[in-house]
Design a binder for this molecule. Structure first.
Ligand code: GDP
Length: 297
């Protein structure tokens, strides 16, 4: 399971300070040194770690903690709050357009889990929020992606809009929105093409799509297993598109956690959903606080 190494190390570190009736500056220093190493080893961005440790130290050595009756526990509370903040603090909500349909564009590299996540998100919107989403197959470069989405649509009993591969993705997106209005779909989720690497042509096309359908959300789907690469990918997509949130996939794998813990701090974009498996019900809204609790035990 994800974060195992990080969770193990942090929990051990925390145990040492937890029951202390008195916490000295040296104790805090020792703890933050270990937390720092654990985070770096989990592939968390260097600068993110540095800033986080600075904040933890400032607060943990502060009066509030030192004078509390349970200083050990106070220190842990500080670490937990800072980890939660790092991942975005509050859980963020999915947009609802003033005028239906709400348009969501899915972007990301090939293999990140875009098509699968498109199906999962539609499933979640219907089951949890009682919505009627339309799935849009706009990945014209990979005919298998269109079939994959159609199969998911059948399996979930959801409509899939497709115009084949001989038409531009921008036109597909535009026509899909018109179709959604006619058929009273309240959400449109557009699955776009990915490449193995960020490339200019792909970005231009995504930018054109963004300009022409004016999406309410542009979700970047990133593979949590790729660690710092996921953060770099997020930065490059964000330079070109108005990314509104990140969906982290493959959190069921043995990711060390670096992406989950760095992406919000580096890009400023919140993680909105987390995927934990290949099945259609394995997508959940991302809760920073729950994730921090899971890591800290
Ligand atoms: P796309 O190229 O971005 O559209 O990626 P796909 O949706 O085709 O997914 C690529 C592979 O990753 C597929 O085999 C998916 O089943 C798998 N996948 C997607 N999300 C998850 C996840 O959260 N966990 C796991 N274990 N596999 C996933």
């Amino acid at each position: 399971m994800a974060f195992e190494g990080l969770a193990d190390r942090l929990q051990k570190t925390i145990q040492k300070i937890k029951g202390k009736g008195k916490v000295t500056e040296a104790d805090v220093k020792e703890m933050t040194r270990e937390v720092r190493l654990a985070l770096l080893e989990a592939d968390v961005n260097f600068k993110v770690v540095k800033d986080l440790i600075k904040r933890i130290k400032e607060r943990a050595i502060g009066q509030e903690v030192m004078e509390s009756l349970t200083p050990g526990q106070q220190v842990i509370k500080v670490v937990k709050e800072e980890l939660t903040d790092l991942m975005g603090g509050e859980q963020s909500k999915i947009a609802v357009a003033k005028k239906t349909p709400t348009i969501i564009m899915m972007a990301g590299l090939q293999g990140a889990g875009k098509t699968t996540t498109t199906g999962k998100l539609a499933n979640l919107l219907r089951k949890k929020y009682n919505r009627n989403p339309l799935l849009v197959a706009a990945d014209v470069y990979r005919p298998a992606a269109i079939n994959q989405l159609q199969t998911l649509g059948k399996q979930l009993n959801l409509s899939v809009f497709s115009l084949g591969t001989e038409i531009s993705p921008v036109d597909i997106a535009k026509q899909a929105v018109e179709h959604a209005k006619k058929e009273h779909h309240d959400y449109v989720i557009i699955d776009t093409a990915g490449r193995l690497h960020v490339d200019e042509h792909l970005m231009d096309e995504l930018k054109q799509m963004e300009e022409s359908v004016n999406p309410d959300e542009v979700f970047l789907v990133v593979d949590a297993m790729t660690g710092q690469d996921a953060v770099n990918v997020a930065e490059s997509f964000d330079e070109q598109l108005n990314i509104t949130g990140v969906i982290l996939t493959k959190l069921d794998g043995d990711t060390r956690g670096g992406a989950a813990l760095s992406i919000k701090a580096v890009t400023g974009k919140p993680i909105k959903f987390a995927a934990t498996g290949e099945k259609m019900d394995q997508l959940e809204p991302f809760h920073p606080e729950r994730m921090a609790s899971r890591i800290l035990g």
